[in-house]
Design a protein around this ligand. Structure first.
Ligand code: AMP
Length: 217
C-alpha cells in the first residue's frame, strides 16, 4: 500500500500512521521526523533546516524532494509506505508522482484528516512527545500513565518548540495556503479519502483501515 496522510498540523497524522504501519507492515516516512533527527545529529542537512523548523516555516521544496527521493530508494519501501507530512506543496506532490512513476508505482490512497483551526490549537498546545522513542501523548485525550513520563521508557516528555500557540497558528495559516490545494489535486486523481479527525481515535483508525482494505491492490 502506498499511502499519503494529508491534514493540518495536529490533525493526527503521526498517530494514525502508527496504526497503519502496524496493520499493513510498511514503513512510516515522516519528513518532520527526518528533519528533527538531522537537527539532533548536527548533520549538514540539520544545520540547513534548524532555524526553519523552529520558526514553523516550510523547508524549501528542492531540499525536501531530495530527502524523499533518497528515502524511497531504500529496500523497505518496495512493499509500500505511509507518508506523514509529505507532500506539503503542489510542487512536492508533482515530484512524488514523478519519482513513483520512475519506480513504475503510484499512490493507492490519500487520507485527508479534516479538522478546525480551534481544534488544532487545542490539540497541539497540549501535545507532548517522548524525546527518546518519539511516542506522542496528549494531556487532554491521550495522557501518559505517570504525569509527563513516557509509558514505554520513563523518559520525561517534552513540548516541541513549534507547538507553542503563536507558532501553531502560523503553521496552520501556512497549511491552508500551501498544503490545502493538495485536496483538489488528489480529488481530481480520484484517490482522496476524507475523514473527520475530531472523532475518537480508535474509531478513526478502524474506519480508515476498512476503507483502505477496499482499495488495497
Ligand atoms: P511535522 O512534524 O510534519 O509537523 O514537520 C515539522 C517541520 O518540518 C515543519 O514545520 C516544517 O518546517 C518541516 N517540514 C516537514 N515536512 C515538510 C515538507 N514536506 N515540506 C516542507 N517542510 C517540511
Amino acid at each position: 500500500m502506498r499511502i499519503v496522510l494529508l491534514g493540518a498540523p495536529g490533525a493526527g497524522k503521526g498517530t494514525l500512521a502508527k496504526d497503519l504501519i502496524d496493520y499493513f507492515k510498511i514503513p512510516h516516512i515522516s519528513t518532520g521526523d527526518m528533519f528533527r533527527e538531522a537537527v539532533a545529529a548536527g548533520t549538514e542537512l540539520g544545520r540547513k533546516v534548524k532555524n526553519i523548523l523552529e520558526s514553523g516555516l516550510l523547508v524549501p521544496d528542492d531540499i525536501v524532494i531530495q530527502v524523499v527521493e533518497e528515502r524511497l530508494k531504500k529496500g523497505d519501501c518496495q512493499k509500500g509506505f505511509v507518508f506523514d507530512g509529505y507532500p506539503r506543496t503542489v510542487p512536492q506532490a508533482i515530484a512524488l508522482d514523478e519519482i513513483l512513476s520512475k519506480m513504475s508505482a503510484k499512490l493507492d490512497a490519500v487520507i485527508y484528516l479534516e479538522i478546525s483551526e480551534q481544534a488544532v490549537v487545542k490539540r497541539l498546545t497540549s501535545r507532548r512527545v517522548c524525546p527518546r522513542c518519539g511516542r506522542i501523548y496528549n494531556m487532554i485525550s491521550m495522557r501518559p500513565k505517570n504525569d509527563e513520563q513516557c509509558d514505554d521508557d520513563g523518559t520525561k516528555l517534552i513540548i516541541r518548540d513549534d507547538d507553542k500557540e503563536e507558532v501553531v497558528r502560523k503553521r496552520y495559516r501556512l497549511y491552508v495556503e500551501m498544503t490545502q490545494p493538495l485536496v483538489n489535486y488528489y480529488q481530481d486523481k480520484n484517490i482522496l479519502i476524507r475523514v473527520n479527525s475530531e472523532i475518537d481515535h480508535q474509531d478513526l483508525a478502524d474506519r480508515v483501515i476498512q476503507t483502505l482494505e477496499k482499495v488495497r491492490p
